[in-house]
Design a protein around this ligand. Structure first.
Ligand code: IPE
Ligand code: IPE
Ligand code: MG
Length: 224
């Protein structure tokens, strides 16, 4: 049985869910946040050590301003209301991505990271303004700046995900089979699960089934 240390999730399908319900895309984003809470709870139960959630890509800036504004206001409210609770649950929170937002959100993100920095039960990596290509480029620039050798180990150690083991599992909801610039380096040997359900419809049971199926998968890493 494979141990599960790290689960990464592309939480896709909120907009379509909202529209399918005869409401707005933003309504779907609001509902999607409920799934986030469910999956965090289930991850604690299953003693997962790392959970990486793709919340906003570097390409998502191409969306309408109204939608972007709404997504960040959801994040703002979520962290303001819940970070103390997450801390009580011994959850460590970090952002992976370029942390360049408005002053208020930057402050809240820094505060949340600092508050939870010593927690060791579950680490949530929130991929925010995240793009894998830009992450790899910035790692290479850091290597140059530090005058290190350009090799695999040094690239790994200069990514946003340094000190985090590679994901064992990648889940993408929303019936699209693509990576959308997510963790291209780190997913080299992850087991990938594409889920038809839209993110707001995804639940603990779906998550549990994926974890169980992963446990039974034979991982080769090139060997036989
Ligand atoms: C959520 O799903 C992903 C985010 C960028 C927050 P989408 O907003 O991409 O929903 P769909 O894929 O358009 O349905
Ligand atoms: C990926 O979803 C990004 C997040 C889930 C945050 P998108 O909906 O942005 O991906 P594409 O554009 O359909 O590939
Ligand atoms: Mg989408």
């Amino acid at each position: 049985m494979n141990p599960i240390r790290h689960v990464a999730i592309i939480m896709d399908g909120n907009g379509r869910w909202g529209i399918n319900k005869g409401k707005s895309r933003n309504f779907g984003h609001k509902q999607g946040l409920k799934t986030v809470e469910k999956i965090i709870k289930e991850s604690l139960k299953k003693r997962i050590r790392y959970l990486t959630l793709y919340a906003f890509s570097t390409e998502n800036w191409k969306r309408p301003k109204r939608e972007i504004k709404y997504l960040f206001s959801l994040l703002n409210n979520f962290l303001s209301n819940k970070i103390k609770e997450l801390d009580k649950e011994k959850i460590k929170f970090i952002v992976i991505g370029k942390k360049k937002f408005d002053k208020k959100l930057n402050k809240l993100l820094d505060y949340s990271e600092k508050l939870t920095s010593n927690n060791k039960r579950l680490q949530i990596n929130l991929a925010l303004n995240y793009g894998s290509k830009s992450e790899i480029m910035s790692a290479i620039k850091l290597i140059k700046k530090k005058k290190l050798l350009l090799n695999e180990k040094n690239i790994t150690n200069n990514l946003y995900t340094k000190n985090i083991p590679d994901p064992d599992i990648l889940i993408r909801t929303g019936n699209r089979k693509r990576l959308s610039n997510f963790l291209l380096w780190q997913l080299a040997y992850s087991e990938i699960f594409f889920e038809k359900k839209l993110w707001p419809d995804f639940n603990e049971n779906d998550y549990y089934k994926i974890l169980m199926s992963f446990k039974k998968t034979k991982r080769n890493f090139g060997k036989i």
